[in-house]
Every structure is written in C-alpha cells, then in structure tokens.
Design a protein around this ligand. Structure first.
Ligand SMILES: [Ca+2]
Ligand SMILES: [Ca+2]
Length: 269
C-alpha cells in the first residue's frame, strides 16, 4: 500500500506493505532442481517471482542454512541467483537457502528452497553376475542372464550404464549394445537397485568369454564401476577317454591310453 505524505511541503510515497515472496530452487538455473550434491564447497541457488508493485525489489538477502543452522547471509543486489564457494559442506549435510526480498521501504518477505543433501561417497556394489548359477561356462550361445545390485544409502542409485564385453585371445571388445556406447537404465526404486535381465537373440561364439560391466551413478552423480568374472561359451560335448588294456608282463599295472595325453600308467593292488 502506498501512502502519500508531505514532508516540508514535498510529497513522499511511503510503502507500508512488504513485497510478495516467490519460489527458491536449489542448483544452477535451467538445470534440474538439486536433491543431492557431491560438492564440498560449491553451492548454487536461484529464485523468481518476488515482486512489489509499489516500491519494487531493491535487494535480495540470502541466508545459507546447513543442518538448520544459519551459516552465512549473502547479498546479491537485484540478481536473482547465488553462487557461493565460501562455506564448506560435509558428508550428509542438509543445505537450504532462505531468500529475503527487500523492497524500497526496506520491508522483507522470505521463502526457502526445499534443500539438498550432500553425499561424498559413491555407490557400493553388492552383486554382479553374467549367469544364473555362478558358472564359468555355458552351452547356450543366444542368451545371457545378467544380474547386478548396487546401493547408496545416502542418495540412492540414479542410473546404470551397462556394457557386455567379449574376450577373444586376450583381446577385449564391446559386444553389446552394438551401436550405442552403453545401455542406460534406471532402477524402479533408487533405494532398491537390484536388476535382473536377460539378453536374447545373441550370436555368441565357442571359446569366447563374455562379461558384464556396470557403472552405477548415485543421486549426487558419483560413480562406481565393476565387471563380472565372465562366462565362456562351450557347446562341445565332453569326450569320453578311450581305455585300452594292453598285454603287459606286469599283471598289477594298468595302462590307460587317453587321446592327446601322454601314457598314463596306474599301478593297481
Ligand atoms: Ca532441492
Ligand atoms: Ca553415498
């Protein structure tokens, strides 16, 4: 509300009402609103829709709270964003910004962001495997059963990047996906990162080993990468050794003749 007074015969406009507060968001403008951060000191906030139709907004004062404790007050003039590199943040800190819009009559209105949590630790792998039963060989050339699980108790799992590698004569190459650099997927629930999937219609080769490589990103975008032990394709049936019992002058000695192996002599009795 504007009241017009006269001071020494000169009319003066007096604004008796505070401004209207807008909304405050964590993070850099035009990016996703921040829920988690891996930063140790850098922090950003931006805001909009503060106004005062009578005397306008002349200044913003930003209170930085960490774990509900006021750490510092910074002024940005009429800029509606803040970048701070002076207040350090520890693992698991909860940070939020309270922005006070100040009008021409020095009356204030404040709003706060919903905050973000600081996470300085990457995800932990609890399981990664390229087949159902922990085998090192399989006869199936067209299917791979992949399982993995990562957890992050602070910021959860945001996404996985997966690649299947083939190992041929000691040389490792990407096998799947064929065109993209990796397959990107998100767990259904960021605090239950267990994944179980089957790749079909493959054309894997005998004697080649296939391994699963997973990079897990947490909510603060810290990453951990792990690779499975690998499974070799083996479609050849096992060969039964031929056993011949030749004539020998030693009745208690058996000679086993196994193809491709030196002569085995087993003493019996
Ligand atoms: Ca937030
Ligand atoms: Ca963490």
């Amino acid at each position: 509300m504007i009241i017009i007074c006269t001071v020494l015969g000169v009319p003066v406009f007096v604004d008796t009402t505070p401004p209207i507060a807008g909304i405050v968001l964590d993070g850099i403008r035009n990016t996703t609103e921040l829920k988690y951060s891996s930063e140790t000191v850098s922090k950003h906030a931006h805001w909009r829709d503060y106004y005062d139709t009578e005397s306008g907004i002349t200044n913003y004062k930003v209170h930085v709270y960490i774990n509900n404790e006021l750490k510092k007050t910074l002024e940005t003039g009429t800029f509606s964003e803040l970048e701070d590199h002076t207040i350090s943040m520890e693992h698991k800190d909860e940070v939020y910004f309270q922005v006070h819009g100040v009008n021409g009559a020095e009356l204030e209105a404040a709003a706060r962001s919903d905050g973000f949590m600081v996470d300085h630790t990457p995800p932990i792998m609890t399981e990664i495997s390229d087949n159902q039963h922990g085998n090192r060989y399989q006869a199936d050339k067209s299917n791979l059963n992949l399982k993995w699980d990562f957890l992050d108790s602070e910021s959860g799992i945001d996404m996985y990047r997966t690649v299947v590698y083939e190992h041929r004569h000691g040389i490792k190459n990407k096998y799947w996906p064929t065109t993209e650099r990796y397959n990107e997927t998100k767990p259904m629930n960021s605090f239950n990162g267990k994944m179980d999937c089957s790749l079909g219609n493959l054309n894997m080769e005998d004697g080649v080993t296939y391994s699963l490589h997973v990079t897990a990103f947490n909510g603060a975008l810290l990453a951990t990468a792990h690779e499975s032990a690998g499974i070799m394709i083996d479609t050849t049936p096992p060969t039964t050794p031929k056993v011949k019992i030749p004539q020998t002058n030693f009745p208690n000695v058996l000679q086993l003749i196994i193809p491709r192996y030196p002569l085995f002599i087993i003493k019996v009795g």
